[in-house]
Design a protein around this ligand. Structure first.
Ligand SMILES: Cc1cc2nc3c(=O)[nH]c(=O)nc-3n(C[C@H](O)[C@H](O)[C@H](O)COP(=O)(O)OP(=O)(O)OC[C@H]3O[C@@H](n4cnc5c(N)ncnc54)[C@H](O)[C@@H]3O)c2cc1C
Length: 496
């Protein structure tokens, strides 16, 4: 019987295990697997703590539904009824500019204005900056197909101010990355497609808006197509762009854990993968060696590397030395989230929390990157008498802050909330999560380097790369990478 070892119990590893089982059930083929996780829990970056009616996220607080694979996993697990949409009645996002929180003007799609009046009236961008953004309508598309940085792309199309006020805090913020190094092809490839197709981002967004309007009209006229009438599409339409679970993102992990029937080994760190040459007697392709005891090995036909590239680089040293260097060349930054819960009555006179939170451009020189007003963004994050805020620290150029003591981090977060929002109240609960070297950096040229790595692993049949280090950091991207990996495993099994 074919046996696969999956290294890493984050969403990528869990989804690989789930789809491996699903595929086996569908095809009637027997396949076994062992999922090996170094820590004492599953979920990796997904971690939720429920304390005194606060639901506190340490890592992701939601996933995007516009990329279909996260939602597909929820459907395949049969848990779409547990999904929680954002509280869209209060869907404002603010940007700190000259010390003031300025609402993001209505009608923006992916940092590009689609409505003239809210854009024209907004104080977020200066009149000169707006005029420069408008030039996007006339600037011809770039013909060179090589990768470029997010900063170069935005500067070229929309100007420096749009980069500083929108691109850097909003988009580079998702990756906690330096926009001057962040690869546009790896992170926002849709921009390149829009530029190529329409010659202008603003024009492209207007076309998209018009199409959406037409679609809505057709639907209200009762001309909904058969495909749109099926239950799946209806579920997708009702959900907000960002979706979570009522009990927090860890619910997804718990559900996966419940449904998996294969072997799961916690507290088991993989330190080496030996190829068939050194484990010839077993009849298996690989021997996966666990830390602590040389005799703790797993003999296996295939190994899915679903842990961060950085930690996997030393593990593949004896099997595929060239891959070691390539994996270790992926950069990571460190971040931290600091959640503070307050009594509502202590906050309400200081701030109305009417929105999902705010982002901070680098030029403001603050010590936090952003703040999510978690209990406004989602219901069920605090009871009616309390509110929950979450600040982000670290990332590009500010990683040293992640190493501060708990006390110093809390003081820093409270000071920043005072400066940005005027909050002086004392929190009733505080939680810190540190993600040392937790955010992979997709530097310019990343996709080419990933393609090279994928080429390398094809020289070692039975080895697979999966997860957030490669083709997307979001949860839906990680699920997609798991789906692709399972397809690849199947192809390899069927055509050995
Ligand atoms: C603060 C924060 C906020 C985020 N917000 C969002 C969001 O809102 N939406 C979104 O879609 N994404 C978000 N992300 C990104 C997303 O959460 C991650 O990219 C994704 O969860 C990573 O999943 P993964 O399985 O690739 O890796 P991980 O979650 O890192 O899992 C890898 C696992 O491998 C284990 N491991 C490592 N080395 C070994 C070894 N040698 N042997 C055995 N096991 C090992 C680790 O312990 C870990 O459990 C956020 C990330 C962070 C840090």
């Amino acid at each position: 019987m074919t046996h696969i070892t999956i290294i890493g119990g984050g969403i990528a590893g869990l989804a690989t295990a789930f789809y491996l089982e699903k595929k086996a059930n569908e095809t009637g083929r027997t396949i076994s697997y062992t999922l090996v996780e170094q820590s004492d829990r599953l979920g990796g970056k997904i971690v939720t703590q429920t304390v005194d009616n606060f639901v506190i996220e340490g890592g992701p607080d939601s996933f995007i539904t516009q990329k279909p694979w996260g939602l597909q996993l929820c459907r395949d697990l049969g848990v779409t009824d547990r999904l929680l949409s954002t509280n869209d009645a209060q869907r404002n996002v603010f940007v700190l500019r000259s010390g003031r929180l300025i609402p993001f003007p209505a009608g923006y799609r992916l940092a590009i204005p689609t409505q003239f009046m809210p854009f024209a009236l907004s104080p977020l961008i200066s009149p000169l900056g707006k005029a420069r953004m408008g030039l996007d309508l006339f600037i011809p598309p770039r013909m060179d197909k090589t990768d470029e940085s997010l900063a170069d792309f935005m500067r070229r199309r929309l100007g420096q101010e749009a980069l500083d006020m929108i691109g850097e805090p909003l988009m580079a913020g998702i990756y906690t990355a330096d926009p001057e190094r962040l690869s546009i092809q790896s992170t926002f490839p849709m921009f390149i497609g829009l530029e190529q197709k329409h010659g202008s981002l603003i024009k492209a967004m207007q076309v998209a808006k018009w199409k959406m309007y037409r679609k809505k009209q057709q639907q209200t006229n009762g001309s909904t197509s058969q495909a749109e009438q099926n239950g799946k599409t209806t579920t997708a339409r009702k959900l907000s762009i960002f979706t979570s679970f009522q009990g927090g993102m860890s619910e997804l992990v718990a559900i996966l854990q419940d449904q998996l029937t294969g072997e799961i080994q916690l507290n088991s760190q993989v330190v080496d993968i030996r190829s068939a040459n050194s484990s010839a007697s077993t009849g298996k392709r690989f021997e996966v060696v666990l830390a602590g005891d040389e005799t703790r090995t797993i003999k296996t036909d295939g190994v899915v590397l679903a842990a961060p590239a950085r930690t996997m680089s030393s593990v593949v040293q004896s099997t595929l030395p060239a891959l070691t260097t390539a994996l270790s060349n992926i950069r990571y930054t460190s971040t931290s989230t600091i959640s503070l819960g307050y009594r509502r009555q202590d906050i309400i006179s200081q701030h109305d929390l009417n929105g999902f939170g705010f982002v901070i451009p680098k030029s403001e020189q603050r010590h936090i990157l952003a703040c999510t007003w978690s209990s406004t963004k989602f219901h069920h994050r605090a009871d009616d008498d309390h509110v929950l805020l979450r600040t982000f620290v670290g990332g590009n150029g500010q990683e040293h802050l992640v190493g501060l003591s708990d006390e110093a981090l809390i003081t820093l977060a409270r000071m920043e909330l005072f400066i940005t929002m005027g909050i002086t109240a004392t929190p009733v609960i505080q939680r810190i999560f540190r993600w040392a070297e937790g955010a992979p950096q997709y530097d310019v040229g990343h996709l080419n380097r990933v393609a090279d790595m994928e080429q390398m692993v094809r020289q070692q049949p039975g080895l697979y790369l999966t997860g957030s280090s490669f083709r997307g950091i979001g949860i839906p991207d990680c699920v997609k990478s798991a789906l692709d990996t399972v397809e690849q495993i199947w192809q390899d099994i069927e055509t050995p």
